[in-house]
Write a protein that binds this ligand. Structure first.
Ligand SMILES: O=c1ccn([C@@H]2O[C@H](COP(=O)(O)O)[C@@H](O)[C@H]2O)c(=O)[nH]1
Length: 231
């Protein structure tokens, strides 16, 4: 199974198809809000038809009944992974799993993972803007434990929290880590960043990589280089 999940943060179907043309074998891709809001959920079917694995990153966060209904419909798309915000609470996460089970295709529901704290959130922003005191790690672990209690399959976190999450929630509890940068000195919206090599060291199950691949001079080569680093 590919360790790298490529974030298809494009705004047109043409850009997606052009990018995927470079891959003869199935890869793991992430379809998020930029692409979904531009192309609708038809893009999921188009990418699936090419044989790629899909993490549908729509980060649901609403009252339990609404999330349950939303997840029931997402399950029918037969994607591999869906997600939600752990901040919605345990009741909401349990409802999500119920919805996924009700919508499951051939009795198999997508994996469901919870976003703990966005990798663009710093300690300062979490404390001062979001009003959550303490260390990011403590909040992330608390949310991961809640996710596990609710029956989720894993969480989205930064590389820096993956090891502690596996210790707290078990090695089979998935850690999916965005905020991947090829050098330590990159400065953009991501705050809790790490290299693929460090992700491997910390035992992350999957890394999510967007711009470092899609905006590189040779995206396919960059993808294969990163996959090699994760082996
Ligand atoms: O905490 C999170 C949750 C999701 N993401 C998503 O991952 C990619 C990262 O893209 P880069 O270009 O590699 O920064 C993007 O689609 C985010 O929506 C995240 O970054 N952090």
């Amino acid at each position: 199974m590919n360790k790298t999940i490529v974030a298809l943060d494009f705004s047109t179907r043409e850009e997606v198809m052009e990018f995927l043309k470079g891959f003869q074998e199935p890869i793991y891709v992430k379809i998020g809000m930029e692409l979904t809001y531009a192309c609708g959920l038809d893009i999921v079917k188009d990418v699936r038809a090419l044989g790629h694995h899909i993490f549908l990153d729509l980060k649901l966060h609403d009252i339990p009944n609404t999330v349950k209904g939303g997840m029931k419909n997402l399950a029918k798309l037969d994607v591999d992974i869906v997600n939600l915000h752990c901040a919605g609470g345990i009741e909401m996460m349990k409802a999500a799993i119920q919805g996924l089970e009700e919508g499951a295709v051939n009795g198999k529901r997508p994996l469901c993972i919870g976003v703990t704290q966005l990798t663009s959130t710093s300690k300062e922003a979490m404390n001062e803007e979001l009003g959550i005191p303490g260390e990011v790690l403590d909040c992330v672990i608390k949310y991961a434990k809640n996710a596990k209690e609710a029956g989720l399959d894993g969480v989205v976190c930064s590389v820096h929290e993956a090891r502690a999450i596996h210790e707290a929630c078990g090695k089979d509890f998935l850690t999916v880590t965005p905020g991947i940068r090829l050098s330590d000195d990159s400065k953009d919206d991501q705050k809790r960043v790490a290299t693929p090599a460090f992700a491997k060291e910390e035992g992350c199950d999957h890394i999510v990589v967007g711009r470092s691949i899609t905006k590189s001079a040779n995206p396919q080569q960059t993808y294969f280089d990163i996959e090699e680093m994760m082996k």
